[in-house]
Write a protein that binds this ligand. Structure first.
Ligand SMILES: Nc1nc2c(ncn2[C@@H]2O[C@H](COP(=O)(O)OP(=O)(O)O)[C@@H](O)[C@H]2O)c(=O)[nH]1
Ligand SMILES: [Mg+2]
Length: 337
């Protein structure tokens, strides 16, 4: 990655100074850099901010569309503010930028905190990013962490891979469910049970909340009985009933999150999580660079094109093809080209 020129660097440094001084507009611009993924600017941002992070508690809130994640996030943020903690929120929508309406809806709903300097809410999409949201999300978290927020909350729609990704980004992952959405059955399928540190059964004001909770409890106990988890120092995910629209159950939910944090600290797992998180980002950057090298090297790009044609007509298998492309990159590295 080439370095940015001196003028651009000076401007960016000025912007980062403003972020560290708590300026919201500067923060918004830096998060746009994270979203757009301009590699030169981003590298400078990360280089300067990364050493300053590592103090925020990172919470993931995930679940199916419509279960009340945004409402719950809003209520959790309000409760954390009442405890005098500052809160940064990243609402990730993998389907953006084509869902402007939904994003706007989220913004409007979350605007209860508009005048409060201690809370910052940002909807985010991955636009130019090679690594997509799996890179943009932890980098946005890092920016809010460095900016000094006590808590950083990441809201993601639970579709496929994203629960796993949010779990890799968060210290504590809250899986939100709601009655009447067939959620308990979905949970078993999507592997949500494994990533949840805390369950929120939201919309507890609606019928079926009790049934959902007991189904969930049954499923967790079955997991325990099957020995999927267990032993000394095991964390049993608590189930908390909430009515996010009325703020009910929110103090209990935050207490459960606090308890999980204490558990992480007591068992030394907090440090493991940090290493795992770092590894995910580094591995993603390595993959991006390999991809960039192939694209930016005429011979490697030609080798990829030629090998792909052979794979298509069955004269080469995909593994052998990958070997050829990687060999080309290795030669380049050895020749110093
Ligand atoms: N009855 C009821 N409705 C809720 C509750 N929490 C959220 N909702 C409503 O459920 C809908 C979806 O909420 P939203 O937060 O956008 O869900 P998300 O898609 O998971 O972020 C909205 O109309 C909310 O007002 C709750 O506790 N009870
Ligand atoms: Mg939402």
């Amino acid at each position: 990655v080439p370095a940015i020129d001196d003028d651009a660097r000076a401007d960016l440094d000025d912007l980062l100074d403003q972020v560290l001084a708590g300026r919201r507009r500067a923060l918004a611009r830096v998060l746009t850099t994270v979203e757009d993924g301009d590699p030169e600017r981003l590298r400078h941002v990360v280089g300067r901010l990364h050493p300053l992070g590592g103090t925020a508690r990172i919470l993931g809130i995930t679940g199916s569309p419509g279960v009340g994640k945004s409402t719950l996030t809003n209520a959790v943020a309000a409760h954390l503010r009442s405890l005098d903690r500052t809160v940064g929120v990243i609402a990730v929508d993998p389907s953006s930028p084509f869902s402007g309406g939904a994003l706007l809806g989220d913004r409007v709903r979350m605007q209860g905190h508009h005048a409060d300097e201690g809370v910052y809410i940002r909807s985010m999409a991955a636009r130019g990013h090679l690594g997509g949201l799996s890179l943009a999300t932890p980098q946005a978290v890092m920016v809010l962490d460095a900016a000094g927020f006590d808590d950083v909350v990441v809201e993601t729609v639970g579709v496929g891979q994203s629960e796993v990704e949010v779990a890799a980004t968060a210290d504590t992952t809250v899986v939100v469910m709601a009655p009447g959405m067939g959620d308990s059955i979905q949970a078993a399928k999507a592997g949500v049970l494994e990533v949840a540190d805390v369950f929120a059964v939201n919309k507890a004001d609606q019928s079926g909340a009790g049934k959902l909770e007991s189904e969930l409890r049954g499923m967790l106990e079955m997991g325990h009985a099957a020995g999927a988890v267990g032993g000394e120092g095991t964390w049993w995910p608590p189930i908390v009933r909430t009515v996010a629209v009325r703020g009910e159950g929110i103090p209990e939910l935050v207490a459960a999150i606090d308890e999980h944090g204490d558990h992480l600290a007591a068992t030394g797992r907090a440090d493991d999580l940090r290493v795992r998180r770092a590894e995910q980002v580094v591995a993603q950057l390595v993959l991006d660079r390999v991809r960039q090298r192939v694209a930016g090297d005429g011979d490697a790009a030609d080798a990829l094109a030629a090998a792909s044609r052979q794979v298509a007509d069955r004269s080469l298998d995909p593994y052998a093809a990958a070997d050829r492309v990687l060999d080309m990159l290795d030669h380049r590295a050895r020749d110093g080209a």
